[in-house]
Design a protein around this ligand. Structure first.
Ligand code: COA
Length: 374
Protein backbone atom coordinates (compact mmCIF):
# COMPACT_ATOMS: atom_id res chain seq x y z
CA UNK A 1 0.00 0.00 0.00
CA UNK A 2 2.81 2.38 0.95
CA UNK A 3 4.51 1.91 -2.44
CA UNK A 4 1.24 2.56 -4.28
CA UNK A 5 0.67 5.77 -2.31
CA UNK A 6 4.22 7.00 -2.93
CA UNK A 7 3.75 6.89 -6.70
CA UNK A 8 0.12 8.07 -6.69
CA UNK A 9 -0.53 9.68 -10.05
CA UNK A 10 3.04 8.64 -10.98
CA UNK A 11 4.21 11.88 -9.30
CA UNK A 12 7.98 12.20 -9.51
CA UNK A 13 8.32 8.99 -11.55
CA UNK A 14 10.56 9.16 -14.62
CA UNK A 15 8.66 7.23 -17.28
CA UNK A 16 10.99 7.55 -20.27
CA UNK A 17 13.42 9.83 -22.08
CA UNK A 18 12.80 12.73 -24.44
CA UNK A 19 14.81 15.14 -26.56
CA UNK A 20 11.89 17.54 -26.78
CA UNK A 21 11.36 19.46 -23.60
CA UNK A 22 12.43 20.21 -20.05
CA UNK A 23 9.88 21.28 -17.44
CA UNK A 24 10.95 22.94 -14.19
CA UNK A 25 14.57 21.77 -14.33
CA UNK A 26 16.99 23.74 -12.17
CA UNK A 27 18.63 26.43 -14.33
CA UNK A 28 16.62 25.43 -17.42
CA UNK A 29 12.91 25.93 -16.70
CA UNK A 30 10.73 25.30 -19.72
CA UNK A 31 12.69 24.59 -22.88
CA UNK A 32 11.79 23.14 -26.30
CA UNK A 33 14.73 21.27 -27.81
CA UNK A 34 17.05 23.39 -25.69
CA UNK A 35 15.50 26.78 -26.45
CA UNK A 36 14.17 28.81 -23.53
CA UNK A 37 10.41 29.45 -23.65
CA UNK A 38 11.03 33.15 -22.99
CA UNK A 39 13.22 33.43 -26.11
CA UNK A 40 10.73 31.49 -28.19
CA UNK A 41 7.74 33.56 -26.99
CA UNK A 42 9.60 36.82 -27.62
CA UNK A 43 11.16 35.98 -30.98
CA UNK A 44 9.60 32.99 -32.73
CA UNK A 45 6.36 32.42 -34.58
CA UNK A 46 4.22 29.39 -33.74
CA UNK A 47 5.08 27.88 -37.14
CA UNK A 48 8.80 28.15 -36.33
CA UNK A 49 8.19 26.39 -33.02
CA UNK A 50 6.09 23.71 -34.74
CA UNK A 51 8.96 23.13 -37.19
CA UNK A 52 11.47 23.03 -34.33
CA UNK A 53 9.46 20.39 -32.47
CA UNK A 54 8.59 18.28 -35.51
CA UNK A 55 11.81 18.58 -37.50
CA UNK A 56 14.36 18.86 -34.72
CA UNK A 57 15.87 22.26 -35.63
CA UNK A 58 14.84 25.86 -36.15
CA UNK A 59 14.03 26.40 -39.84
CA UNK A 60 16.05 28.76 -42.00
CA UNK A 61 14.04 31.33 -43.97
CA UNK A 62 13.52 29.10 -47.02
CA UNK A 63 12.47 26.16 -44.86
CA UNK A 64 10.07 28.34 -42.88
CA UNK A 65 8.50 29.83 -46.01
CA UNK A 66 7.98 26.35 -47.44
CA UNK A 67 6.55 25.11 -44.15
CA UNK A 68 4.08 27.99 -43.82
CA UNK A 69 2.95 27.41 -47.42
CA UNK A 70 2.56 23.70 -46.76
CA UNK A 71 0.41 24.23 -43.67
CA UNK A 72 -1.66 26.81 -45.54
CA UNK A 73 -2.27 24.36 -48.38
CA UNK A 74 -3.53 21.69 -45.96
CA UNK A 75 -6.37 23.63 -44.34
CA UNK A 76 -9.20 22.31 -46.48
CA UNK A 77 -11.71 19.80 -45.11
CA UNK A 78 -13.02 16.79 -47.05
CA UNK A 79 -16.77 16.90 -47.78
CA UNK A 80 -17.39 13.76 -45.71
CA UNK A 81 -15.80 15.36 -42.67
CA UNK A 82 -17.91 18.50 -43.15
CA UNK A 83 -21.02 16.31 -43.16
CA UNK A 84 -19.95 14.65 -39.92
CA UNK A 85 -19.24 18.03 -38.31
CA UNK A 86 -22.70 19.24 -39.31
CA UNK A 87 -24.19 16.17 -37.65
CA UNK A 88 -22.40 16.71 -34.33
CA UNK A 89 -25.00 18.51 -32.17
CA UNK A 90 -24.73 22.26 -31.60
CA UNK A 91 -24.75 21.59 -27.86
CA UNK A 92 -21.74 19.25 -28.03
CA UNK A 93 -18.57 20.34 -26.27
CA UNK A 94 -16.06 21.50 -28.91
CA UNK A 95 -13.44 19.15 -27.43
CA UNK A 96 -15.75 16.28 -28.33
CA UNK A 97 -16.07 17.76 -31.80
CA UNK A 98 -12.29 17.70 -32.19
CA UNK A 99 -12.03 14.18 -30.82
CA UNK A 100 -14.66 13.00 -33.29
CA UNK A 101 -13.14 15.02 -36.13
CA UNK A 102 -9.65 13.54 -35.70
CA UNK A 103 -11.04 10.05 -35.27
CA UNK A 104 -13.16 10.38 -38.42
CA UNK A 105 -10.24 11.79 -40.38
CA UNK A 106 -8.38 8.61 -39.43
CA UNK A 107 -11.01 6.72 -41.44
CA UNK A 108 -11.01 8.79 -44.60
CA UNK A 109 -7.33 9.81 -44.57
CA UNK A 110 -5.69 6.85 -42.78
CA UNK A 111 -2.06 7.21 -41.89
CA UNK A 112 -1.10 4.47 -44.33
CA UNK A 113 -2.16 6.74 -47.22
CA UNK A 114 0.56 9.25 -46.37
CA UNK A 115 4.17 8.78 -47.47
CA UNK A 116 5.53 9.96 -44.13
CA UNK A 117 4.30 10.26 -40.52
CA UNK A 118 5.35 13.93 -40.59
CA UNK A 119 2.73 14.51 -43.31
CA UNK A 120 -0.04 13.38 -40.96
CA UNK A 121 1.29 15.71 -38.26
CA UNK A 122 1.28 18.64 -40.69
CA UNK A 123 -2.19 17.77 -41.96
CA UNK A 124 -3.60 17.72 -38.42
CA UNK A 125 -1.80 20.93 -37.49
CA UNK A 126 -3.26 22.62 -40.56
CA UNK A 127 -6.82 21.37 -40.36
CA UNK A 128 -7.65 21.29 -36.63
CA UNK A 129 -8.63 25.00 -36.54
CA UNK A 130 -10.66 24.53 -39.76
CA UNK A 131 -12.46 21.54 -38.26
CA UNK A 132 -13.33 23.34 -35.03
CA UNK A 133 -14.47 26.56 -36.65
CA UNK A 134 -16.39 24.90 -39.47
CA UNK A 135 -18.49 23.15 -36.79
CA UNK A 136 -18.74 26.33 -34.67
CA UNK A 137 -19.80 28.65 -37.48
CA UNK A 138 -22.22 26.09 -38.93
CA UNK A 139 -24.08 25.80 -35.64
CA UNK A 140 -23.60 29.35 -34.30
CA UNK A 141 -24.23 31.27 -37.53
CA UNK A 142 -25.85 28.69 -39.82
CA UNK A 143 -22.99 29.13 -42.32
CA UNK A 144 -20.98 26.60 -44.28
CA UNK A 145 -17.71 28.54 -44.22
CA UNK A 146 -14.81 28.23 -46.61
CA UNK A 147 -11.93 27.05 -44.43
CA UNK A 148 -9.22 28.30 -46.77
CA UNK A 149 -8.15 31.83 -45.78
CA UNK A 150 -5.30 33.94 -47.10
CA UNK A 151 -3.75 34.24 -43.63
CA UNK A 152 -0.21 32.91 -43.42
CA UNK A 153 -0.28 32.15 -39.70
CA UNK A 154 -2.37 29.55 -37.92
CA UNK A 155 -3.31 32.20 -35.33
CA UNK A 156 -4.52 34.58 -38.04
CA UNK A 157 -6.40 31.77 -39.79
CA UNK A 158 -8.11 30.79 -36.53
CA UNK A 159 -9.29 34.32 -35.69
CA UNK A 160 -10.29 35.01 -39.29
CA UNK A 161 -12.52 31.93 -39.41
CA UNK A 162 -13.98 32.70 -35.97
CA UNK A 163 -14.84 36.36 -36.57
CA UNK A 164 -15.28 36.21 -40.36
CA UNK A 165 -12.68 38.98 -40.76
CA UNK A 166 -8.90 39.21 -40.63
CA UNK A 167 -7.80 39.89 -37.02
CA UNK A 168 -6.02 42.95 -35.72
CA UNK A 169 -2.31 42.36 -35.28
CA UNK A 170 -2.36 42.61 -31.46
CA UNK A 171 -4.87 39.75 -31.33
CA UNK A 172 -3.10 37.62 -33.93
CA UNK A 173 0.26 38.06 -32.23
CA UNK A 174 -1.15 37.35 -28.76
CA UNK A 175 -2.88 34.17 -29.92
CA UNK A 176 0.30 33.13 -31.73
CA UNK A 177 2.27 33.54 -28.49
CA UNK A 178 -0.19 31.44 -26.48
CA UNK A 179 0.10 28.71 -29.13
CA UNK A 180 3.87 28.73 -28.57
CA UNK A 181 3.37 28.48 -24.81
CA UNK A 182 0.92 25.59 -25.17
CA UNK A 183 2.89 23.69 -27.84
CA UNK A 184 4.81 21.23 -25.69
CA UNK A 185 5.18 20.18 -22.05
CA UNK A 186 7.09 16.90 -21.68
CA UNK A 187 5.19 13.92 -20.17
CA UNK A 188 1.95 15.70 -19.27
CA UNK A 189 -1.21 13.56 -19.10
CA UNK A 190 -2.34 13.95 -22.72
CA UNK A 191 1.15 13.49 -24.18
CA UNK A 192 1.72 10.44 -22.03
CA UNK A 193 -1.64 9.10 -23.27
CA UNK A 194 -0.47 9.62 -26.85
CA UNK A 195 2.80 7.81 -26.10
CA UNK A 196 1.02 4.87 -24.45
CA UNK A 197 -1.25 4.47 -27.48
CA UNK A 198 1.71 4.85 -29.85
CA UNK A 199 3.66 2.25 -27.86
CA UNK A 200 1.19 -0.42 -29.02
CA UNK A 201 2.15 0.45 -32.64
CA UNK A 202 -1.21 2.11 -33.19
CA UNK A 203 -1.72 4.96 -35.68
CA UNK A 204 -1.29 8.69 -35.19
CA UNK A 205 -5.02 9.50 -35.40
CA UNK A 206 -5.73 7.05 -32.56
CA UNK A 207 -2.97 8.52 -30.42
CA UNK A 208 -4.18 12.09 -31.02
CA UNK A 209 -7.82 11.13 -30.43
CA UNK A 210 -6.86 9.65 -27.05
CA UNK A 211 -4.73 12.68 -26.22
CA UNK A 212 -7.67 15.01 -26.91
CA UNK A 213 -9.77 12.95 -24.51
CA UNK A 214 -7.12 13.35 -21.80
CA UNK A 215 -6.69 17.07 -22.41
CA UNK A 216 -10.42 17.70 -22.11
CA UNK A 217 -10.58 17.30 -18.31
CA UNK A 218 -10.43 20.34 -16.01
CA UNK A 219 -7.36 19.02 -14.18
CA UNK A 220 -5.49 19.34 -17.50
CA UNK A 221 -6.36 21.52 -20.52
CA UNK A 222 -9.96 22.09 -19.46
CA UNK A 223 -8.59 24.38 -16.74
CA UNK A 224 -8.47 27.46 -19.02
CA UNK A 225 -12.22 27.23 -19.59
CA UNK A 226 -12.90 26.51 -15.91
CA UNK A 227 -10.67 29.47 -14.92
CA UNK A 228 -12.73 31.83 -17.09
CA UNK A 229 -15.95 30.55 -15.53
CA UNK A 230 -14.47 31.23 -12.11
CA UNK A 231 -13.20 34.73 -12.96
CA UNK A 232 -16.60 35.60 -14.45
CA UNK A 233 -18.30 34.97 -11.09
CA UNK A 234 -16.96 38.22 -9.66
CA UNK A 235 -17.60 41.87 -10.52
CA UNK A 236 -14.93 43.40 -8.28
CA UNK A 237 -11.58 42.34 -6.78
CA UNK A 238 -13.15 42.57 -3.30
CA UNK A 239 -15.90 40.13 -4.28
CA UNK A 240 -13.27 37.82 -5.75
CA UNK A 241 -11.18 37.85 -2.57
CA UNK A 242 -14.21 36.98 -0.43
CA UNK A 243 -15.39 34.37 -2.94
CA UNK A 244 -12.03 32.59 -3.15
CA UNK A 245 -11.67 32.57 0.63
CA UNK A 246 -15.06 30.86 0.76
CA UNK A 247 -14.09 28.30 -1.85
CA UNK A 248 -10.81 27.52 -0.11
CA UNK A 249 -12.68 27.12 3.18
CA UNK A 250 -14.90 24.52 1.49
CA UNK A 251 -11.79 22.83 0.06
CA UNK A 252 -12.74 23.59 -3.57
CA UNK A 253 -10.05 23.28 -6.25
CA UNK A 254 -9.37 26.66 -7.85
CA UNK A 255 -8.88 26.02 -11.54
CA UNK A 256 -5.82 27.56 -13.19
CA UNK A 257 -3.67 27.18 -10.05
CA UNK A 258 -1.04 24.67 -9.03
CA UNK A 259 1.04 22.26 -11.04
CA UNK A 260 2.37 18.74 -10.73
CA UNK A 261 5.95 19.63 -11.69
CA UNK A 262 6.53 23.37 -11.12
CA UNK A 263 6.82 24.21 -7.44
CA UNK A 264 7.01 28.01 -7.19
CA UNK A 265 5.88 29.44 -10.55
CA UNK A 266 4.85 28.51 -14.08
CA UNK A 267 7.13 30.39 -16.50
CA UNK A 268 4.31 30.61 -19.03
CA UNK A 269 2.18 32.58 -16.60
CA UNK A 270 4.48 35.64 -16.58
CA UNK A 271 4.15 35.88 -20.37
CA UNK A 272 0.38 35.31 -20.41
CA UNK A 273 -0.17 37.81 -17.61
CA UNK A 274 1.69 40.54 -19.49
CA UNK A 275 -0.39 39.89 -22.61
CA UNK A 276 -3.60 39.83 -20.57
CA UNK A 277 -2.81 43.29 -19.17
CA UNK A 278 -2.04 44.72 -22.62
CA UNK A 279 -5.28 43.29 -24.04
CA UNK A 280 -7.34 44.49 -21.06
CA UNK A 281 -5.97 48.01 -21.59
CA UNK A 282 -6.64 47.73 -25.31
CA UNK A 283 -10.32 46.92 -24.84
CA UNK A 284 -10.65 49.17 -21.77
CA UNK A 285 -11.85 46.32 -19.53
CA UNK A 286 -11.47 47.24 -15.87
CA UNK A 287 -13.01 44.16 -14.26
CA UNK A 288 -11.63 40.85 -15.56
CA UNK A 289 -7.92 41.60 -15.18
CA UNK A 290 -8.11 43.17 -11.68
CA UNK A 291 -10.38 40.32 -10.54
CA UNK A 292 -7.85 37.81 -11.91
CA UNK A 293 -4.96 39.57 -10.16
CA UNK A 294 -6.92 39.55 -6.90
CA UNK A 295 -7.55 35.79 -7.20
CA UNK A 296 -3.87 35.25 -7.96
CA UNK A 297 -2.86 37.17 -4.82
CA UNK A 298 -5.26 35.31 -2.50
CA UNK A 299 -4.10 31.95 -3.86
CA UNK A 300 -0.49 32.84 -3.19
CA UNK A 301 -1.11 34.43 0.22
CA UNK A 302 -3.36 31.64 1.47
CA UNK A 303 -2.01 28.50 -0.21
CA UNK A 304 1.31 29.44 -1.82
CA UNK A 305 -0.24 28.25 -5.07
CA UNK A 306 0.69 30.10 -8.25
CA UNK A 307 -1.28 30.71 -11.44
CA UNK A 308 -0.41 28.17 -14.14
CA UNK A 309 -0.46 28.74 -17.91
CA UNK A 310 -4.23 28.39 -18.08
CA UNK A 311 -5.27 31.17 -15.72
CA UNK A 312 -4.23 34.31 -17.61
CA UNK A 313 -4.56 32.54 -20.98
CA UNK A 314 -8.28 32.68 -20.19
CA UNK A 315 -8.02 36.49 -19.96
CA UNK A 316 -6.10 36.67 -23.23
CA UNK A 317 -8.68 34.65 -25.16
CA UNK A 318 -11.61 36.44 -23.57
CA UNK A 319 -10.29 39.87 -24.56
CA UNK A 320 -10.02 38.89 -28.21
CA UNK A 321 -13.66 37.82 -28.29
CA UNK A 322 -13.15 34.05 -28.23
CA UNK A 323 -16.09 32.23 -26.58
CA UNK A 324 -15.02 30.40 -23.42
CA UNK A 325 -15.97 26.96 -24.73
CA UNK A 326 -13.39 27.31 -27.51
CA UNK A 327 -10.49 27.87 -25.08
CA UNK A 328 -9.48 24.22 -24.57
CA UNK A 329 -9.72 23.40 -28.29
CA UNK A 330 -7.13 26.16 -28.89
CA UNK A 331 -4.85 24.17 -26.60
CA UNK A 332 -5.40 21.20 -28.97
CA UNK A 333 -4.47 23.34 -32.01
CA UNK A 334 -1.15 24.11 -30.28
CA UNK A 335 -0.36 20.84 -28.50
CA UNK A 336 -0.81 18.79 -31.68
CA UNK A 337 2.81 19.79 -32.37
CA UNK A 338 4.09 18.37 -29.09
CA UNK A 339 1.89 15.28 -29.34
CA UNK A 340 3.02 14.50 -32.87
CA UNK A 341 6.69 15.07 -31.98
CA UNK A 342 6.33 12.68 -29.02
CA UNK A 343 4.52 10.10 -31.17
CA UNK A 344 7.43 10.16 -33.64
CA UNK A 345 9.99 10.06 -30.83
CA UNK A 346 8.20 7.09 -29.23
CA UNK A 347 8.17 5.23 -32.56
CA UNK A 348 11.84 5.90 -33.18
CA UNK A 349 12.77 3.82 -30.12
CA UNK A 350 9.57 2.01 -29.31
CA UNK A 351 8.89 -0.14 -26.31
CA UNK A 352 5.37 -1.13 -25.24
CA UNK A 353 4.41 0.97 -22.19
CA UNK A 354 2.95 -1.46 -19.70
CA UNK A 355 3.71 -0.84 -16.02
CA UNK A 356 2.59 -3.00 -13.11
CA UNK A 357 0.37 -2.25 -10.10
CA UNK A 358 0.62 -3.12 -6.42
CA UNK A 359 -2.32 -5.44 -5.78
CA UNK A 360 -4.39 -4.32 -2.78
CA UNK A 361 -7.53 -6.45 -3.39
CA UNK A 362 -8.75 -9.57 -1.52
CA UNK A 363 -6.49 -12.63 -1.17
CA UNK A 364 -7.06 -15.75 -3.29
CA UNK A 365 -10.66 -16.96 -2.70
CA UNK A 366 -12.53 -20.21 -3.22
CA UNK A 367 -15.03 -20.34 -6.10
CA UNK A 368 -18.67 -20.15 -4.88
CA UNK A 369 -21.48 -21.58 -7.01
CA UNK A 370 -24.21 -19.05 -7.77
CA UNK A 371 -26.85 -20.70 -5.56
CA UNK A 372 -24.61 -20.34 -2.47
CA UNK A 373 -23.77 -16.64 -2.90
CA UNK A 374 -25.16 -13.92 -0.56
N1 COA B 1 -6.80 24.82 -5.69
C1 COA B 1 -6.84 24.48 -4.40
N2 COA B 1 -6.00 23.62 -3.82
C2 COA B 1 -5.09 23.05 -4.63
C3 COA B 1 -4.98 23.35 -5.99
C4 COA B 1 -5.89 24.27 -6.52
N3 COA B 1 -5.84 24.59 -7.81
N4 COA B 1 -3.98 22.64 -6.53
C5 COA B 1 -3.46 21.92 -5.54
N5 COA B 1 -4.13 22.17 -4.39
C6 COA B 1 -3.88 21.57 -3.08
C7 COA B 1 -4.62 20.24 -3.00
O1 COA B 1 -5.92 20.40 -2.46
C8 COA B 1 -3.72 19.46 -2.09
O2 COA B 1 -3.91 19.88 -0.76
P1 COA B 1 -3.88 18.82 0.44
O3 COA B 1 -2.49 18.26 0.42
O4 COA B 1 -4.21 19.65 1.62
O5 COA B 1 -4.92 17.79 0.12
C9 COA B 1 -2.31 19.92 -2.49
O6 COA B 1 -2.49 21.25 -3.00
C10 COA B 1 -1.68 19.03 -3.56
O7 COA B 1 -2.59 18.99 -4.69
P2 COA B 1 -2.81 17.75 -5.63
O8 COA B 1 -4.07 17.93 -6.37
O9 COA B 1 -2.66 16.48 -4.84
O10 COA B 1 -1.55 17.91 -6.57
P3 COA B 1 -1.35 17.22 -7.96
O11 COA B 1 0.09 17.31 -8.27
O12 COA B 1 -1.98 15.87 -7.99
O13 COA B 1 -2.23 18.13 -8.93
C11 COA B 1 -2.97 19.76 -10.37
C12 COA B 1 -1.73 19.07 -9.80
C13 COA B 1 -2.51 20.68 -11.49
C14 COA B 1 -3.91 18.70 -10.93
C15 COA B 1 -3.67 20.55 -9.25
O14 COA B 1 -2.83 21.59 -8.82
C16 COA B 1 -5.00 21.08 -9.72
O15 COA B 1 -6.01 20.37 -9.65
N6 COA B 1 -5.04 22.36 -10.21
C17 COA B 1 -6.27 22.91 -10.76
C18 COA B 1 -6.48 22.44 -12.18
C19 COA B 1 -5.52 23.10 -13.15
O16 COA B 1 -5.33 24.30 -13.13
N7 COA B 1 -4.96 22.28 -14.04
C20 COA B 1 -4.07 22.73 -15.09
C21 COA B 1 -2.67 22.33 -14.77
S1 COA B 1 -1.53 23.07 -15.88
Amino acid sequence: MAAAKKTGGLAGVTAGVTHLCTVGKEGAGLTYRGYDINDLAANATFEEVAYLLLHGKLPNQAELDAYVARIKANRGLPEQLKTVLEMVPAAAHPMDVMRTGVSFLGNIEPEGDFPDEGDVADRLLACLPSMLLYWHRFHADGERIDTETGDDSIAGHFLHLLHDAPPKELHRKSLDTTLILYAEHEFNASTFTARVITGTLSDMHSAVTGAIGALRGPLHGGANEAAMDLISLYDTPEEAVAGIHGKLASKDKIMGFGHRVYTTADPRNTINKKMAKALADDVGNTVIYPVSEAIEKVMWDEKKLFANADFFAANVYHFMGIPTYLFTPIFVCARITGWAAHIMEQRADNKLIRPTADYVGPPLQDWVVIEDRD
